[in-house]
Design a protein around this ligand. Structure first.
Ligand code: SAH
Ligand code: SF4
Ligand code: F3S
Length: 484
């Protein structure tokens, strides 16, 4: 997989909501005549959406291909989170222009957050684009493609208050057959001032819990051993009981409203052999109930992605994050109290937000020293058109200052990642095998409950199996050991 961004420090090896990576579709032969090649940028939500798109088009005449040369239709599922994410897509379109010139029948579509943000203007700005579809319009894709086949352009950037694609069974792309994402909600109502997501993905809505549990069960039956429940803010998951849910709710012992804690528990009950992860938690919303459910179920991984963004209370207020320095620290202490110090905690950090002083930047480093995150995704602030920060504040921190602060944050995180990994040396961890290690086919790679990547000699084990590994050494990003 290709890393397309330079202002990011990935420490610990996992993929975050936030790294602008690209994944292409693989070959899925459903017996259709035309071929779709889809490239996904941005967060796990987009990767998960691409699987929904592949499913919808699979029933409407398209197989997916990993060979762009074979494609009749190319989709870029795009991200708008930072300016760089959009620049990457525009550069990609320039490249595709060459391809299209040699193959006049080739259709090109832009999906996802950038489609939603730029809308029909994309057709003027990027002449080679035939189709623009926002994240809530994927059911309309077959009709839109028909329109393009008839020689027109097609745009649908309508945002819905209800769409969750609950009934669509995703076609798993780039799957290792062991781990899968399950989307539990869409959109975001939080309005962090720096963030474009509420504008590109619309209002927050939760998916029917029964369809979520059914999807997790189906994955388990097909041999998957880990699901990650996805949402921009999973702790605000909320499902008000409807007539057809009554029996299920009764069985679960829930009276009216299904919370994230309830949902987590219901998914954990699918099987003790199915691991559960979730992302992303908002520090202001994660509850004690969720932490207690995590503690009760061995198969819920002891790992929380809890983005800090900034360690300074004034900056957090300007960001509209809804918590202070002390509040965040107390939340971390509570997590450690209920789940123990082995529970992994990771973060996202933004440096050089509007008017951030040197002393305020130091507060971020201070919080990092207090918490010692297992890993983090770190970014320079990038002003996004239409956000509250763009309207209210001046993007007044010079680029070189943002970068220098970012380097300081990355350097500090490097120390902490190594320190946290060193704690695991000499200990035995239960690891779910995900496949061959990146470097060698004689080694497997998997993750601990706390989401740390472990590499160990393959011996007679199989992918999808749990194995106890004694950690013998480590780097800042990987634990190295042997099965015991
Ligand atoms: N829903 C998640 C994050 C979604 S975006 C949450 O609430 O934490 C992923 C990360 O991108 C954010 O956590 C933030 O650190 C970063 N990010 C978002 N907007 C940004 C911007 N304008 N500039 C730089 N980084 C940004
Ligand atoms: Fe963006 Fe904030 Fe919503 Fe996360 S919680 S998606 S940072 S608005
Ligand atoms: Fe995700 Fe990027 Fe959209 S981070 S929600 S794809 S703006």
């Amino acid at each position: 997989m290709q890393q397309l961004i330079s202002d990011i420090g990935i420490l610990g090896g996992a993929e975050s909501e936030s790294c602008e990576t690209v994944k292409v579709s693989e070959d899925k032969h459903l017996g259709n005549s035309r071929k779709l090649y889809i490239e996904s940028y941005g967060c796990q939500m987009n990767f998960s959406d691409s699987e929904i798109v592949a499913s919808i088009l699979g029933e409407n005449g398209f197989d997916t291909t990993s060979d762009i040369q074979q494609a009749d239709l190319i989709f870029l599922n795009t991200c708008s989170i930072r300016e760089k994410a959009e620049t990457t897509v525009r550069n990609r379109l320039v490249h595709l222009n060459g391809l299209k010139r040699g193959r006049p029948g080739l259709l090109i579509g832009v999906l996802g957050c950038m489609a939603e943000r730029v809308k029909a203007k994309l057709l003027d700005e990027e002449q080679i684009v035939d189709l623009v579809a926002g994240p809530d319009s994927y059911r309309d894709l077959p009709k839109m493609i028909e329109r393009v086949d008839d020689g027109q352009k097609a745009v649908n950037t309508f945002l819905s208050r209800e769409e969750t694609y609950a009934d669509i069974s995703p076609v798993r792309l780039n799957s290792n057959g062991v781990t899968a994402f399950v989307s539990i909600m869409r959109g975001c109502d939080n309005m962090c001032t720096f963030c474009v997501v509420p504008f590109t993905r619309g209002r927050e809505r939760s998916r029917d819990p029964e369809s979520i549990v059914a999807e997790a069960r189906d994955l388990f039956m097909r041999g998957f051993r880990e699901v990650t429940l996805l949402g921009q803010n999973v702790d605000s998951y909320k499902w008000s009981a409807q007539e057809n849910n009554k029996a299920w709710l009764e069985k679960q012992g829930i009276t009216e409203v299904v919370t994230f804690a309830h949902l987590l528990e219901a998914v954990a009950q699918v099987s003790p052999e199915l691991r559960i992860r979730f992302s992303t938690s908002h520090p202001k919303d994660i509850t004690d109930e969720v932490l207690h459910v995590m503690a009760r179920y061995e198969n819920i991984c002891k790992y929380i992605h809890l983005p800090l963004q900034s360690g300074n209370t004034r900056i957090l207020e300007l960001m509209n994050r809804g918590y202070s320095h002390e509040w965040y620290h107390n939340k971390v202490l509570r997590i450690k109290e209920i789940l123990g110090d082995d529970c992994g905690i990771s973060s996202d950090m933004i440096t050089g937000f509007c008017s951030e002083t040197e002393a305020e930047h130091q507060d971020t480093l201070l919080m990092m020293d207090k918490v010692k995150f297992d890993f983090a995704y770190m970014f320079c602030y990038s002003e996004r058109p239409g956000t509250l920060a763009e309207k209210r504040f001046k993007d007044d921190i010079a680029e070189d200052v943002k970068k220098r602060r970012l380097e300081e944050v990355i350097e500090r995180q490097r120390l902490h990642s190594l320190e946290r990994n060193q704690r695991d040396v000499g200990k035995i961890h239960r690891v779910l095998i995900e496949g061959f290690s990146k470097r060698s086919d004689n080694h497997y790679q998997g993750r601990t409950s706390a989401n740390k990547v472990v590499v160990f000699p393959k011996s007679n084990f199989n992918k999808g199996q749990y194995v106890n590994v004694l950690v013998e050494e480590c780097t800042g990003g990987t634990l190295i050991g042997r099965a015991v």
